[in-house]
Design a protein around this ligand. Structure first.
Ligand code: NCD
Ligand code: ZN
Length: 354
């Protein structure tokens, strides 16, 4: 059997991406759009993107940053799939109008306090039911950060508890609501999503496919592996790898590429987030090859996401090539907000987009 060393797939999309704002946005926009086509743009800015007008203004700032960085922007309007940050005062009419104009493609639920810049998130889920009902009517997906914030619940259990306490009750209550469980990290989430009959998908990040909590904590704490939901034990990582490479259409790529300036991560109270945009495809190809599932990479990275979001897959293709020498990617990306360390999976990568 000859070794596969080339793989041509439709251009992937990123169904969960943080682009930030201001000088950080300017510094990371190029590596963030190196290979991907479209991206669901997370709204957790300070202040957050809470109304259609905010989403439009943010999209225009991203477009400007893309231009400034010399990126091709003729199709950028179609690339930037904006989201609205759900709060307890979100107006259903505003959400519906922003979706109808083709600007906003999802609404994001952050349980208040769950992660970076989530203070304006939802504490009482009852308050947002009218928005969720409207979203169900117009088939606008809800992206959820699936962790409870109850201080009594151990950080490693927060995703599993969220499914029981919040996600499942909401899905039962709001008939027809389409939900993406973002950046799933556990066997429990994989099982829940796999068992759903319809209207539920999940994104998986490259880093959760590659590292477990030992990588984060053994032999010294690695702030650049700290993200939320936190990486779990090995059994969970293996469940994620199985889901991603299974060909099951409910699982698709969301990198959760989440840049923070190094000094804010390498700190006594370090920020959560892994910046993986520069080597996402190298990481994914490696994982899929290890799982002997390179033939499923296109489905995970380029087909299942558009199908869930009811968009056509990209027409363009990219080619991945396996090199003899490890792929070189920058250790850090310099921005005016400071250097940002790129995800280092701790093993050499051999696949590269050529
Ligand atoms: C994200 C960020 O930095 O914005 N951080 C993270 O650890 N994933 C927020 C998020 O998606 O939870
Ligand atoms: Zn995120």
């Amino acid at each position: 059997m000859s070794m596969i060393d080339h793989l041509t797939i439709r251009r992937p999309d990123d169904w969960h991406l943080h682009l930030r704002d201001g000088v950080m946005l300017e510094g990371i926009v190029s590596p963030s759009f190196q290979h991907i086509g479209r991206a669901i743009i997370m709204p957790n800015l300070v202040p957050p993107v809470v109304r259609g007008d905010d989403a439009r203004a943010y999209r225009d700032r991203i477009l400007k940053a893309m231009e400034k960085a010399g990126l091709e922007t003729s199709s950028a309007h179609r690339q930037l799939l904006m989201t609205i940050y759900l709060t307890e005062t979100t107006d259903p009419d505003d959400v519906e109008a922003a979706a109808a104009e083709g600007l906003v493609h999802a609404v994001k639920l952050y349980p208040a306090g769950a992660t970076t810049n989530s203070d304006s998130g939802v504490s009482r889920i009852d308050t947002v039911i009218p928005v969720l009902e409207r979203m169900a009517d117009v088939a606008l997906p809800l992206c959820v950060h699936g962790e409870v914030t109850d201080p009594e619940v151990d950080i490693f259990d927060r995703e599993a508890v969220f499914i029981d306490r919040v996600l499942d009750p909401v899905r039962r209550r709001v008939d027809g609501l389409r939900v993406v469980m973002e950046h799933v990290t556990t066997d429990d989430a994989v099982a829940y999503v796999s068992a759903a009959s319809s209207g539920l998908g999940a994104t998986i990040t490259p880093h959760h496919l590659m590292i477990n909590r030992n990588h984060l904590l053994v032999g010294g704490i690695k702030p650049h592996y700290y993200c939320l939901p936190i990486v779990k034990r090995e059994r969970h990582r293996l469940a994620l790898r199985k889901a991603a490479t299974s060909g099951d259409p409910r699982f698709f790529l969301g990198t959760d590429s989440a840049p923070h300036a190094d000094h804010t991560k390498e700190a006594p109270c370090g920020c959560a987030g892994v910046f993986n945009a520069p080597n996402t495809l190298s990481c994914l190809a490696q994982v899929f090859e290890e799982e002997q599932a390179l033939d499923k990479l296109e489905a995970f990275a380029s087909l299942h996401g558009p199908a869930f979001y009811r968009l056509p897959p990209n027409d363009e293709v990219i080619t991945l090539t396996k090199q003899h020498e490890p792929v070189r990617y920058p250790e850090k990306v310099d921005t005016e907000a400071g250097p940002v360390t790129v995800f280092d999976p701790g093993t050499p990568l051999y696949w590269n987009v050529t």
